[in-house]
Design a protein around this ligand. Structure first.
Ligand SMILES: Nc1ncnc2c1ncn2[C@@H]1O[C@H](COP(=O)(O)OP(=O)(O)OP(=O)(O)O)[C@@H](O)[C@H]1O
Ligand SMILES: [Mg+2]
Length: 263
């Protein structure tokens, strides 16, 4: 048993049990098979992804790393059902979401996925709690919205800022509100696109720590996209993309604590 050192309130979980539960899973949670994505841009065709094969297990913390334009956001959007591949399969929980129709994709996103973006995308006229409530209200269960929003803000260490508007919060705090909002549907997978791209190092560390804790304590699968190689050591696995292809995949036997990351 281990305890998570932080101001946030997490239940103490048995790390070995979490590890076993995904080692024993026969099928990966997410499988990309020969995925290509092409965008027609006037006369030219942009080859954003050129045949990706990738397997991600439930409970993993994965960093998707690579230079600008290599296809990171495209990959994340395909996994999140925000976009569909030109060819290939995106199999999540045994179902090929590349075959889904628009309403099935909407349903999939609502039930399974949480998104965190670089620029937070909070609604400026709503308080932190209301931003989270808004996301909670999109789900089928409209009971106790305020109370549940407070509980989610508590999880990211922001209960005392619940009534602040985004403009009254620091960048890091806004990003933590965005994480609380992303957790509204209790997602199996949290997709984060450059979540620290707009933050200084200290604030970025705080945001990464919250993500790491969610991953370890809740078993939430986290896929974090970044061009910042300094984040890679905290991951269970690092997938390097180059020019729409996988360059290499590295397993960190002993992922580093967020506090040890330097940039
Ligand atoms: N909607 C689109 N239409 C045309 N081309 C696109 C579109 N979206 C992405 N691309 C192109 O596909 C390639 C991959 O883009 P993607 O956004 O996945 O890169 P990225 O790795 O996320 O880059 P960055 O680090 O700059 O965010 C790029 O060449 C980009 O210009
Ligand atoms: Mg991108």
């Amino acid at each position: 048993m281990w305890k998570i050192p932080s101001e946030t309130n997490f239940i103490v979980f048995d790390q070995e049990r979490i590890r076993q539960s995904f080692i024993m899973s026969e099928n990966s949670l997410i499988r990309l098979e020969q995925v290509t994505k092409e965008y027609a841009l006037g006369e030219t065709m942009v080859h954003a992804l050129r045949g990706l094969d990738l397997r991600l297990d439930a409970g993993e913390f994965v960093v998707l790393l690579g230079p600008s334009g290599c296809g990171k956001t495209t990959t994340l959007n395909l996994i999140g059902g925000l976009d569909q591949p030109t060819r290939g399969h995106v199999i999540v929980g045994g179902e090929d979401i590349a075959q889904y129709k628009a309403d099935q994709l909407t349903d999939y996103r609502r039930r399974k996925i949480g998104f965190v973006f670089q620029f937070f995308n909070l609604i400026p006229t709503l308080s932190a709690a209301e931003n989270v409530e808004f996301a909670l209200a999109l789900n089928d269960d409209a009971r106790d919205l305020r109370q549940r929003a407070f509980a989610l803000l508590e999880r990211v260490g922001l209960r005392e800022r619940a009534n602040h508007f985004p403009a009254q919060l620091s960048g890091g705090e806004q990003q933590r509100v965005a994480i609380a909002r992303a957790l509204a549907n209790d997602p199996a997978v949290l997709l984060c696109d450059e979540p620290t791209g707009n933050l200084d190092a200290d604030t970025g560390h705080h945001v990464l720590r919250v993500m790491r804790e969610l991953n370890r304590a809740q078993g939430t699968t986290v896929i974090l996209v970044t061009h910042n190689a300094a984040i890679a050591p905290m991951a269970d696995r690092v997938v390097r993309l180059h020019d729409g292809m996988i360059q290499n995949i590295e397993t960190n036997r002993a992922p580093q604590a967020v506090e040890q990351l330097v940039w």
